[in-house]
Design a protein around this ligand. Structure first.
Ligand code: PGA
Length: 247
């Protein structure tokens, strides 16, 4: 049985002091030992949020990371820094990073390898645009993102990764994928992992759905056989996130 994982992606929201207030508000609402709860927060919020979640079930995630240990990479943050600050998850290859910051699947792969080396669990995002969906190339595209993302990663490590399927047209639009659409792609992702690593890895790996998840649609989405939780943007900044965690 795969444990569900529900992660909030705060994106570029919340100053450090606002972040602490939000954690204090959400802390009592997200207590559910049956699921893994993660707050993925802006880099500058990591230290205060890690302090504010101490002693609770909430884990802290970063929203990005660089693939080098240290050195002359102005503005970047290394896995070592994240671990020392109390981070256990990192969102990699979010569509906003791919689109606005030109991250490629090859970059995502390098980051995946580094994160795993440091014991950080990657939440690797994949997803198609509306044009790709209309062209009928959704599954081909996602398989490519997954195959490149997992290059040179062992089966042992692959099991630890969380994959987030996020159709780009559903992100921040209020236009959630139907449960059938979400399940179809998450099933295809699991099959792709089975092709690479075999059925036991595919059975263990957790696959989230993301894209306008809210308190009203979470239960139905998370009930699908291949959906093991959600990556939640907008609704993770509101008390609604408690309802999603306790779907
Ligand atoms: P949304 O964002 O829930 O606001 O659609 C999801 C995400 O980008 O991870």
């Amino acid at each position: 049985m795969r444990k569900k994982i529900i992660a909030g992606n705060w994106k570029m929201n919340m100053t450090p002091s606002e972040a602490v207030k939000l954690v204090e508000e959400l802390r009592p609402l997200v207590q559910n030992e049956a699921v893994d709860v993660v707050f993925c927060v802006p880099a500058i919020d990591i230290v205060p949020v890690a302090g504010a979640v101490k002693g609770t079930n909430i884990k802290v995630g970063a929203e990005n990371m660089y693939f080098e240990e240290s050195g002359a990479y102005t503005g970047e943050i290394s896995p070592k820094m994240l671990v020392d600050a109390g981070v256990s998850y990192v969102v990699l290859g979010h569509s906003e990073r791919r689109e606005y910051f030109h991250e490629t699947s090859e970059d995502v792969n390098k980051k995946m390898i580094k994160a795993l080396e440091h014991g950080i669990t990657p939440i690797m995002c994949c997803g198609e645009s509306l044009t790709q969906r209309e062209q009928g190339i959704t599954i081909d595209w996602i398989r490519q993102q997954v195959k490149v993302g997992f290059q040179n990663i062992s089966a042992e490590d692959a099991k630890k990764v969380v994959i987030a399927y996020e159709p780009i047209w559903a992100i921040g639009t209020g236009k959630t994928a139907t449960t059938e659409q979400a399940e179809e792609v998450c099933y295809a992702i699991r099959n792709c992992i089975a092709e690479i690593y075999g059925p036991s890895t595919a059975d263990e790996i957790r696959i989230q759905y993301g894209g306008s998840v809210n308190a009203a649609n979470a239960a139905e989405l998370f009930a699908q056989p291949d959906i093991d939780g959600g990556l939640v943007g907008g609704a993770s900044l509101k008390p609604d996130f408690g309802k999603i965690v306790n779907y």
